[in-house]
Design a protein around this ligand. Structure first.
Ligand code: SAH
Ligand code: SF4
Ligand code: F3S
Length: 476
């Protein structure tokens, strides 16, 4: 072990303290000694996991470009390859290890190549240990709390003889004004808060992302005004639980108030994710229903349809409370679309408990359901629960659940037949060159035909043929 390394500790990451987060709000200035580090060099970033990582990758790209690096379209042509990783489930982790393995030959061909690993995986000591012991092609390891230190870390990696490892277990200050290269042209991610204090018993995120910290409202609004001026049509407000926005700043009903301010900016489309069913307030409901530029699509994770399992998961709401929020939203916005997350095979989940989930999924008829088999994450309380459910049973439950959810998705889509809907045009469809694609306000993917259609416009499209996971249509 090198004395220069800063290694992570999940035990430290679990601690929560009351010290007020500091804000660093000066204009960003890159130290002169890093400004030409990337001259004539290229970078590529592979991003795994959730939108928090997507947005972090944009900051990483912004920092690398400030150093003179240019975006590469392939690993082969890159001088620095970064994997921004996710550790939410075991298969996410395995994917990354596979990818690190794939990169070995590039390193052998070009010893100057820098391979770096960052994101949620590197916040775990077992991952850093594995990489250091097994994957010698990796030169740089950093975490989710020190992205702003990237220029220094890249410099160190280039000029030092040993590998660079710096992962902080404790979250730091909120640093505003870091440069960003946004990868969307019309849709922008906007962080409103970082971290998570919910500690659902299965989940690793509170350990990899630190405590809940809200950005100041004025900084969020400033960023939104900037993207609006740049022509962005849609923003998605990001947080692991956006409903908790402002709690740490001592603001009551923080998210409802923020949402209202954001709606008043007049940006055409506003989305947010994720809204935990716990902490849903009247004010939030009111604002969501009142402003037309807040999109009628809510991702509201249920996780399980059984109260005992919800309790074991530490979700802090009951099926009845969830239903109440769902019904209120439906009443206020009858055309609102809903999606959810469901975990099957939580430790000791019985057939009856699984059937409760199926029953609730059939009741809510979600537009879209993200379904997962429980994955044990080291360091979380659920990882210490003994489990009598076989993997075979878990897989079977997932299969049955998916059968139900795909049927609901299709039925929801059928209701769109012959309707004219507003679509924000993303561009030409990836698969078919004569077809455009975009999303409705309810977050349905539409592939449609038309003439002289420009990306980034919101246009009317008539739906001709609904499918299970997308809609076919023609521009009107
Ligand atoms: N903050 C969001 C969830 C982020 S993680 C929320 O609370 O809703 C996205 C989803 O991954 C979760 O909703 C959950 O369904 C799933 N997930 C998280 N940890 C998991 C685990 N250990 N095993 C299986 N699925 C998990
Ligand atoms: Fe994980 Fe729960 Fe936090 Fe969501 S709210 S990130 S599931 S701990
Ligand atoms: Fe994955 Fe980290 Fe997001 S674990 S889901 S990338 S917060």
């Amino acid at each position: 072990m090198s004395e220069h390394w800063t290694l992570p500790s999940l035990k430290e990451a679990k601690k929560r303290n009351r010290t007020q987060v500091q804000f660093s709000r000066e204009e960003y200035e890159l130290d002169e000694k890093y400004q030409s580090l990337g001259q004539h060099k290229r970078y590529i970033i592979h991003t795994y996991g959730c939108q928090a990582n997507e947005r972090d990758s944009e900051t990483i790209a912004g920092l690398l470009e400030a150093m003179g690096f240019e975006l590469s379209t392939s690993d082969e042509e890159a001088d620095i390859i970064l994997l921004n990783t996710c550790t939410i489930r075991e298969n996410a982790v395995n994917k990354v290890y596979g990818q690190i393995g794939n990169l070995k030959h590039l390193k052998q061909r070009n010893p100057e190549l820098i391979i770096g690993i960052c994101g949620c995986m590197t916040q775990e000591e077992v991952v850093v240990k594995t990489i250091l012991e097994t994957y010698h092609q990796v030169d740089l390891i950093f975490g989710t709390h020190n992205i702003h230190r990237l220029p220094e870390l890249v410099h160190q990696t280039m000029f030092s003889k040993e590998r660079t490892v710096e992962v902080f277990s404790k979250e730091g200050d909120i640093i505003e004004n870091l440069p960003a290269h946004r990868f969307g042209n019309y849709k922008a991610w906007i962080n409103i808060m970082y971290g998570c204090d919910k500690f659902c018993t299965y989940c690793i995120v509170p350990y990899t992302r630190g405590k809940e910290r809200s950005r100041l409202t004025e900084d969020i609004l400033k960023e939104i005004e900037e993207v609006k001026a740049d022509g962005y049509q849609e923003i998605t407000l990001l947080g692991q639980n956006v409903n908790a926005y402002g709690k740490d700043l001592g603001i009551d009903d923080g998210f409802g108030k923020l949402l209202e301010e954001v709606a008043k900016t007049g940006i055409p489309r506003i989305r947010f994710t994720t809204s935990h069913p716990w902490d849903f307030t009247e004010k939030m409901l009111e604002v969501i229903a009142q402003y037309d530029n807040i999109m009628p699509y809510i991702h509201l994770p249920l996780q399980s349809g059984n109260n005992d399992i919800l309790k074991l998961m530490g979700r802090r709401y009951t099926v009845e409370e969830y239903t109440e929020i769902y019904l209120k939203l439906k009443e206020l916005m009858p055309n609102c679309a809903f999606s959810t997350d469901i975990i099957v095979g939580f430790p000791n989940e019985t057939d009856e408990q699984f059937e409760d989930t199926l029953r609730m999924v059939d009741y809510f008829q979600f537009d879209n359901v993200y379904t997962f088999i429980f994955s044990s994450r080291e360091g979380t309380p659920a990882a210490r629960m003994e489990d009598n459910v076989s993997m075979e049973t878990k897989k079977e439950r997932l299969r049955i659940l998916n059968e139900h959810t795909i049927l609901h998705a299709y039925q929801k889509n059928l209701a769109y037949k012959d309707k004219v809907v507003k679509v924000l045009v993303d561009g030409l469809s990836k698969k078919n060159k004569d077809v455009y694609s975009g999303y409705t306000d309810t977050q349905k993917l539409v592939n449609f035909t038309g003439h002289n259609i420009k990306e980034g416009q919101i246009i009317d499209v008539r739906i001709t043929e609904p499918k299970s996971y997308f809609l076919l249509g023609e521009a009107v």
